[in-house]
Design a protein around this ligand. Structure first.
Ligand code: FDA
Length: 391
């Protein structure tokens, strides 16, 4: 027997749960389906288990997309303030950790419970452990064949996210649906992901566990945050952020001495002429990192023995140390997927396909990727909300 709904939403993650609840609360009869055995798995592990659910600094230019204007409409219609008000209405305590990032004081479970409660209020039917066998479209209706039943609706919302962290059940299913309906897909790639080092940068892998505040740059984009060396390369917030902008083959430039005056080594020579470069670096950086940088700089002897020119060259190198990542740690470690269903195919107001009426794409499945720090959940809420208003 075929079950009839107003909307079928595939994927019960952040975007799907929120969209289902909002549509349900607007009186729509909604079916929310997931192939996983439980909903909102990524929410549960997000923010170290405390869910960084939004950011006070939400702005469209903090999202990557082939169309940098696309996210504006949805982000302005459902804002961080709106989600904070919702969190407050559930009495969920939260705090700002850093850089506008808002986390639950308690547990990410509270956000999933909030979403499930809203779904219950909206009479959403939730089915887990259901694999989509087939999607057919005809006569203005989508017929979705699932493991244990078939459902039909005039609207189909794809909220199955991107392929980041496949071991959690993440898939590129949204791209398959897009291709089935002739929608273009912007080449997906791992983002917010650790970078791997090889070749001349190999020595830095010996610093595994060492962290320091840096400015990481790729092209014109820069992030001032912590970087962490790992046994495979580099991670930490500054690196995860810049990874989204980094293109294979390019260098990533690291300023190891952010905030230092431009001529700090020359000044150090005047203040402590008998100190070595190594000692001078050790005063400002973790010891193991200072030693590797000293080795790479190759300036032997005390500061007084160095010409100002040589010290200025060292300052310049330390302010823009060129790393040549040979890749990333891939989808297995990527917090999100950049690229995805092309925004050129979708209405920025409703997230509905321009060519295929009734087909919606929301959340991470779409070619909109936020910065680290609550930006991606806000996109999930905002795009889910926008679609729900049109269902
Ligand atoms: P999401 O991935 O949440 O949901 C997709 C759903 O679709 C899943 O439930 C999946 O099981 C289901 N699905 C997939 N394929 C399917 C198929 N073929 N059939 C049926 N169902 C299918 N962001 C942020 O803003 N703040 C944070 O703190 C964090 N922290 C964080 C930590 C970690 C470890 C990761 C991996 C990611 C984050 N993120 C984050 C990113 C954030 O989790 C992500 O951007 C959103 O969950 C995206 O929401 P979606 O609903 O689009 O996809």
């Amino acid at each position: 027997m075929t079950e009839i709904y107003d909307a079928i939403i595939l994927g019960a993650g952040a975007a799907g749960l929120f969209c289902a609840a909002e549509a349900g609360l607007r009186g729509r009869k909604v079916l929310l389906v997931d192939h996983a055995e439980k909903v909102g798995k990524k929410i549960l592990i997000s923010g170290g288990g405390r869910c960084n659910f939004t950011n006070l600094g939400i702005a469209p230019d903090r999202y990557l997309s082939a169309n940098k204007h696309f996210a504006k409409s949805a982000l302005s219609r459902y804002t961080a303030g709106d989600f904070i008000a919702l969190v407050d209405s559930y009495g969920i305590a939260w705090h700002e950790k850093t850089l506008g990032q808002l986390f639950c004081d308690g547990s990410a479970r509270q956000i999933v419970d909030l979403l499930l409660d809203r779904c219950a209020q909206g009479n959403v039917t939730i089915k887990t452990s259901e694999v989509v066998r087939d999607i057919a479209h005809g006569d203005g209706r989508y017929t979705v064949s699932l493991t244990s039943f078939t459902a039909q609706a005039p609207a189909l919302v794809v909220a199955t996210g991107g392929p980041s962290i496949p071991k959690m059940g993440a898939t590129g299913f949204a791209y398959e649906v897009a291709r089935q309906f002739g929608l273009k897909v912007v080449q997906p790639r791992p983002a917010l992901v650790p970078l791997t080092l090889a070749g001349e940068d190999l020595l830095f892998r010996e610093l595994s566990g060492v962290a320091t505040d840096v400015v990481a740059r790729s092209g014109k984009t820069a992030f001032k945050e912590a970087a962490l060396f790992t046994h495979r390369g580099m991670s930490g917030p500054a690196i995860l952020q810049i990874s989204s902008y980094w293109q294979s083959g390019e260098a990533v430039h690291i300023d190891f001495c952010p905030g230092h005056s431009a001529d700090w080594l020359v000044e150090a020579k005047a203040a402590s002429p008998k100190a070595t470069i190594r000692q001078t670096l050790r005063e400002r950086l973790p010891q193991r990192l200072a030693d590797v940088l000293d080795e790479k700089l190759g300036l032997e002897g005390i500061l007084a023995a160095q010409s100002d020119k040589a010290l200025r060259a060292a300052e310049a190198r330390l302010a823009a140390w060129a790393f040549h990542p040979n890749g990333t740690e891939g989808y297995a470690k990527a917090e999100v997927t950049a690229g995805g269903v092309s925004t050129a195919e979708l209405s920025s107001k409703t997230l509905e396909s321009k060519r295929v009426p009734g087909l919606y794409m929301i959340g991470e499945a779409v070619d909109v990727t936020g910065w680290l720090g609550g930006y991606n959940f806000q996109w999930a809420w905002a795009s889910g909300w926008a679609a729900a208003q049109a269902l």
